[in-house]
Structures are given as structure tokens and as C-alpha cells.
Ligand binder design. Structure first.
Ligand code: PLP
Length: 365
């Protein structure tokens, strides 16, 4: 188009997010028949929380009504679970919705934000949406280097993004590292602590308690999602927890009715589905051990994970492996976009799915 009608410069710089391929797309492209196994987007292989499913089915009849704009019952329930006030919580259309709200509220061209290499890619997109300055800090031996992140702070730095566990690496910064970090950074920098996979982690004393920092009055927003262990990725629901003033600023920027009524009831019901969470965790733990063992035997480099996915480096172009796996009906995630051309991020599936994956890998390699 040449009409002298151009987007603003910062928009041109935005590189859109490329999500894991949906099953429908792979089936369409490759004319596949039979069961397709999706291990590309860290969804719960056990499916949707049954309690959430039942609640959603009941709510369908009311689809003609706008939802409750304030997510009153969902936010009250979350607040009482977490021991905070409802004013400390914002619900989002997925936790990812909260990222651009944060950068729009606090960033802008005159400010910078810091991310680590190997972090969830949406942080960079959110920074670009607000035309903020991006400071990306390299990894050190496949680990996030918090000391280097601290040293990268500039006068104009407003936000630091930390996913813990990191996606796609699956690793964490430990309690001691995070404690040190908070002690050393200025209070006027907001730390975004994105804990999308926190429910997969129990009895791990090395995993930091981010609520501690919130309670101490640190400048922090904690992000959680219903997409992972609750099996509600398709319903799009997440939330942020922070100081009331931060939340009220984010609320001004969101679109009305950002969380639909079906997702609101799903979230409320899912919070009581302890059984689904327990099963999800057990399947994940068992799958992790099986896959570690299999990857070891096959001689692949992998990173031990705290999430429901494993970073595997094949030491050759992973596009070839991913495409071959797709022809076997298994969808995985390539990590070129993340700067790892030889690695795949593979979600931990059910016992059967994991076996199929290893069988397919043996076949194609
Ligand atoms: C670290 C991290 N944060 C956020 C998200 C997105 O969560 P949601 O589905 O709630 O937008 C993901 C999804 O993969 C993630 O890995």
C-alpha cells in the first residue's frame, strides 16, 4: 500500500508473538488422520478442570448477557484465598493481557525495562507496545543472571520482568537469589514476577515465596494464570496481584468486560478443583522422570524443569526435528524466536503421550 498512510515507528518494530501451532492447523496442513498430540503450548494434558467445565456448561445459557465487569465473585474468592483485598487484584484475559497494561501505564519512550534472554517473549512485545527501551541481559550457562540484570539498571529503568520458572528454559532463580536481588534494587523499579507454573512446584524450599515480598511492601506485581494446571488455556484467564494503586492504574487501561462470563465462572469453580490440580501435578512429576531418563539415554541435552515442559537441545536445526515429529502427529515448539535454533520446548504429556513422543523421536533420529 502506498498512500502515505503509515503506522507509527514503534508499531513497525513489534514482532508478533508466534504461539504453538493449534491442532487444527497441523491437521489441515499435513492432512493427518488419527490422534494428534499437542506438546507445544504447555497445556494440561489431562484437559479442563471437570468442576470448571460443569460451571461453564451451566453458564452458556447466559451468554446473551454482558459479564460482570468487575469480576466481583472471582476476585473476592481469589482475594480471600490469598489473604489480600479485592482491590489488590486485576483479572485478565489470560495473564498475558496484564503485560501491555503494565507497560502502557508505566513505560513509554523515555523509560527502559529489563528482561533476561530466554524469558517469555511477550515481555519484549509489551515493552515495544509502549515504545519503551528494551534492555536484554544474556544468560550465563543457561541460567538467568540476576547480578547482570541488576548491573543493567539505568536511571530510566522502570520495570524488570522475571518469569519464575522461566519459559522456555524451565529453570528458576532460587529463594536466596531472589532475596538478594530485592535487597539490591531500587524501590522505584517494579518487578513483574510471572509465576505461570507455580502450582507445579511443591515441597521445593528453593522456590521463592513471592508473596513475602508483596507483604513486605516491595514494588512487585505477581502474575498467575488458569491456563496451565487448571486446564483453562482456551478460556483465557489470569490475574495480577499488587499494590492497590498499581491495580487501579491497570484497571483504567483494560477494555471493559475483558474477562467473559464463561471464564469467570470457570475460574471460580477451578479454584476448588484440588483433585485436578493434584492429578495434574502427579502426571507431570511422573512424566518428568520418564522423559529425563529417555532423553539421557538418547544423549540429548535437557534442562531439569520446574514447569510442565522441558527444554531439549538437539545440537542440530530443531526445525527438522519438529517437522518430522509433526508428520508423526506430535506438535512441539521450536525456539528460534527465543534465540535457541537447535532446541525444542516440549510439554510433558500423559504417560501414553510421552511414550509416543519417545517412540517418534527414536524413529526419526
Ligand atoms: C511465563 C508465562 N507467562 C504467561 C503465560 C501466558 O499465560 P496466559 O495463558 O494466562 O496468558 C505463559 C504461557 O505460556 C508463560 O509461559
Amino acid at each position: 500500500m502506498d498512500k502515505g498512510f503509515e503506522a507509527r515507528e514503534f508499531v513497525k518494530k513489534i514482532r508478533p508473538y508466534k504461539p504453538g501451532k493449534p491442532i487444527e492447523e497441523v491437521v489441515r496442513e499435513l492432512h493427518l488422520k488419527g490422534e494428534i498430540i499437542k506438546l507445544a503450548s504447555n497445556e494440561n494434558p489431562l484437559g479442563t478442570s471437570p468442576l470448571a467445565l460443569e460451571a461453564m456448561q451451566k453458564a452458556l445459557n447466559e451468554s446473551y448477557l454482558y459479564p460482570d465487569d468487575n469480576c466481583f465473585y472471582l476476585i473476592r474468592k481469589l482475594a480471600s484465598r490469598l489473604g489480600v483485598d479485592p482491590e489488590n487484584i486485576i483479572a485478565g484475559n489470560g495473564s498475558v493481557e496484564i503485560l501491555p497494561l503494565l507497560t502502557l501505564a508505566y513505560l513509554g519512550p523515555e523509560y527502559s525495562a529489563i528482561v533476561s534472554q530466554g524469558s517469555f517473549i511477550w515481555y519484549k512485545i509489551a515493552i515495544n507496545i509502549a515504545a519503551g527501551e528494551l534492555i536484554e541481559v544474556p544468560l550465563k550457562n543457561h541460567m538467568r543472571d540476576l547480578n547482570a540484570m541488576r548491573s543493567a539498571i539505568k536511571e530510566n529503568t522502570k520495570i524488570i520482568f522475571l518469569d519464575n520458572p522461566m519459559n522456555p528454559l524451565g529453570i528458576i532463580n532460587t529463594r536466596d537469589e531472589i532475596e538478594n536481588f530485592f535487597r539490591q534494587i531500587p524501590d522505584n523499579i517494579l518487578v513483574v514476577m510471572d509465576e505461570a507454573y507455580h502450582q507445579y512446584i511443591v515441597n521445593k524450599p528453593e522456590y521463592p515465596d513471592s508473596f513475602k515480598y508483596y507483604k513486605e511492601g516491595k514494588n512487585i506485581i505477581i502474575l498467575h494464570t488458569f491456563s496451565k494446571i487448571y486446564g483453562l488455556a482456551g478460556a483465557r484467564l489470569g490475574y495480577g496481584l499488587a499494590d492497590e494503586e498499581i491495580i487501579s492504574n491497570l484497571m483504567k487501561l483494560r477494555i471493559s468486560f475483558n474477562v467473559n462470563r464463561i471464564s469467570q465462572v470457570a475460574g471460580i469453580a477451578a479454584l476448588d478443583d484440588y483433585e485436578h490440580v493434584k492429578r495434574g501435578r502427579a502426571v507431570n512429576d511422573a512424566g518428568k522422570e520418564f522423559l529425563y531418563d529417555a532423553y539421557k539415554k538418547l544423549g540429548f541435552f535437557y534442562l531439569p524443569t520446574y514447569g510442565n515442559f522441558i527444554f531439549v537441545d538437539f545440537e542440530k536445526d530443531s526445525n527438522i526435528i519438529s517437522e518430522s515429529l509433526q508428520r508423526e502427529g506430535i506438535i512441539t515448539r521450536t525456539l528460534k524466536q527465543y534465540g535457541f535454533p537447535n532446541a525444542l520446548r516440549i510439554t510433558i504429556g500423559t504417560e501414553e503421550q510421552n511414550k509416543q513422543l519417545i517412540k517418534a523421536l527414536k524413529k526419526i533420529l
